[in-house]
Write a protein that binds this ligand. Structure first.
Ligand code: ADP
Ligand code: SR1
Ligand code: MG
Ligand code: MG
Ligand code: MG
Length: 389
């Protein structure tokens, strides 16, 4: 965020707090002259700040989020709807009603400024960062599996009346954000030479395995169509390990960053999350120092990935028909996420110091798309992705 953007956002936040003083959610900010800010945003799309009111006795801080009218990591020549702020606030309200306490509490939204306020997850850290550090996150990951299954189950087509389905589909059509995923997850990475793609030198020799391989390109296209057309339940839409915050000892997961929420296929959330655990696996496998500890942690992550899917599926068994083709769909979405995060525009922090890990993860993505029709269990998914014997 530029210094100018930070000042403008803080001025807007102060005005909202002043004009709406006493409103539920904004009580902590009644004394506007008292407020101070810290910048906390580190994502690809939005500006996020923490507002503190040091003299307030109760909750003395909140986090405010707003989206510039373009894709932040690409710049103003890539326009993006500011309505994502409303969709995210509505999705937070919805998730909070289904899994209370498992998302940051939504506090207030100002439609004029397109800024919303939520609970400050003080002391919480991104799950991705804890995994990079090698912290045991079993409790958070298995709880997350239950939480996302709960959201999928409660909003599943088979549980909704026609009216409820129409309402949820309309409320979370989220066309612009769905189009962003269509473009940057399912399309651009699969187009050789697309200008937003970024690729490390050691990864480049693998590219012909994508661009010269009709089966891989066809599989990605099928996943794109499934993503756009399968209307199953309300999905998070961007469920990677940087969209979850937990306590520093890997507990109490809070799902956040829900601006991509839409009515779509449940396997999309599961596949994306699994791919991000595979990034953790390769990051630790490619760490040179203290190799045994890191390898042990990496294999623990594979097991956790399998348990994540098992816990999720157990919760979903009451949804008839939902499990048909489920693992094959998870495989395809997982493969696309592995590929787009290694050769597309948005890479992951896990490989900041490891191009070797990035190359391995890309190989895993290619193998999954090659085998998508032959994978019916998560065990097989892991064996093929990670070339386990
Ligand atoms: P983006 O859509 O740009 O990725 P996020 O919603 O992920 O934005 O927020 C960016 C970062 O801000 C997160 O990665 C996290 O570090 C921090 N953050 C977001 N929401 C909160 C919160 N409620 N409490 C504390 N930190 C938060
Ligand atoms: C331009 S793509 C940016 C990516 O960042 C977001 O968090 C989503 O994952 C999106 O695909
Ligand atoms: Mg984010
Ligand atoms: Mg986001
Ligand atoms: Mg990079």
């Amino acid at each position: 965020m530029s210094a100018e953007d930070t000042v403008t956002m803080f001025e807007n936040v102060k005005r909202i707090c002043h004009d709406n003083r006493g409103c539920k959610g904004l009580e902590f900010a009644t004394n506007v002259s008292d407020l101070v800010i810290e910048e906390v945003g580190d994502g690809n799309l939005n500006d996020v700040i923490r507002i503190l009111s040091p003299s307030f006795n109760g909750r003395n801080s909140a986090v405010a989020k707003r989206g510039p009218p373009y894709i932040k990591c690409l710049g103003p020549e890539y326009p993006l709807t500011i309505n994502r702020n409303k969709v995210e606030y509505d999705a937070l309200l919805k998730f909070d009603s289904i899994i209370p306490g498992c998302v940051p509490k939504p506090l207030y939204r100002s439609p004029d400024e397109n800024i919303y306020f939520m609970e400050d997850l003080k002391g919480y850290e991104l799950l991705r960062r804890l995994l990079i550090k090698g912290i045991n996150c079993e409790e958070a990951i298995l709880k997350l599996a239950q939480n996302i299954a709960q959201v999928h189950k409660e909003t599943h087509v088979s549980k909704l009346s026609q009216e409820e389905k129409t309402e949820l589909t309309e409320d979370f059509k989220n066309e612009e954000m769905v189009a962003l995923t269509k473009n940057f997850v399912f399309t651009a990475p699969f187009v050789n030479g697309e200008p937003t793609n970024q690729c490390a030198d050691n990864v480049r020799p693998l590219l012909p395995q994508i661009y010269d391989a009709p089966n891989v390109l066809q599989a990605s296209e099928r996943m794109r169509i499934l993503f756009l057309e399968k209307k199953e339940c309300l999905v998070h839409g961007d469920l990677h390990t940087g969209s979850v915050m937990c306590t520093s000892d890997g507990k109490d997961p809070k799902m956040m960053d829900i601006e991509f929420a839409f009515f779509g296929p449940c396997a999309f959330d599961v596949g994306m999350f699994l791919a991000n655990l595979i990034f953790t696996f390769y990051q630790h496998m490619s760490t040179q120092q203290d190799n045994d500890t890191h390898r042990q942690y990496a294999y623990g992550i594979v097991n956790l990935g399998k348990q994540f899917v098992a816990v999720y599926m157990k919760q979903m068994t009451c949804i008839s028909g939902s499990i048909e083709n489920f693992i094959s769909e998870v495989t395809g979405f997982c493969g696309c996420e592995l590929i787009r995060r290694t050769i597309g525009v948005a890479h992951v922090e896990d490989f900041k110091d490891s191009e070797f890990g990035e190359q391995e993860a890309l190989g895993a993505g290619i193998r999954l798309l090659q085998a998508v029709d032959r994978i019916e269990t998560v065990d097989k998914l892991m064996v093929i992705a990670l070339m386990l014997v």
